[in-house]
Design a protein around this ligand. Sequence first.
Ligand SMILES: [Zn+2]
Length: 202
Amino acid sequence: MAFEDVFPPSLKEALEAVQEVPTYGERGASRLVYNLMKLEPEKRLEVVNKLLEASKKLRPCKECFLLTEGELCRVCSDEKRSRKFICVVEESQDAYAIERLERYKGVYHVLGGRIAPLEGVSPEDLTINELMDRIERYGAKEVILATNPNVEGEATASYLASLIKKRFPSVKVTRTAYGLQFGGLLELADEHSLEKSLENRR
Ligand SMILES: [Zn+2]
């Protein structure tokens, strides 16, 4: 009997589909799909339905690219949030991690990743032109670079800093200061160190 006759077609298709998700290779897909199948059928469908709902409803905010359900996210549609401060993050989850502190009163800009030449991610793949456009339109005073504290995140921050300084010399560019206690991803940072990091920006 050939392997194709043994392997259920729906399982094959599910595994292939999940592999389309960035960072999910064959292993990631296996882990998700086989573990999902361990759930009771009812629970499993509930999980999938939530994903379906989120997939239908969520899209990037047309100003800041934060994942949101409307045309504009809640931050951009809030008149009280200052357009003079733009906090640049790699992904939506980084912005939500800062938002959870309920301290920051400016707006965000989601780059959609970081510059990573080895992975084929160049500046053109990120929302950098849109960031420049917003700095200009808003007459921003300060741009806070809150990319992740790793090699690519630092390189992306330096790249943006020099670009902004060249085009908008009067705009203050700051980088969130990270305690050595966390070299991990921004979204994993505990609230205390994240808060300190925002306060101690340089
Ligand atoms: Zn927005």
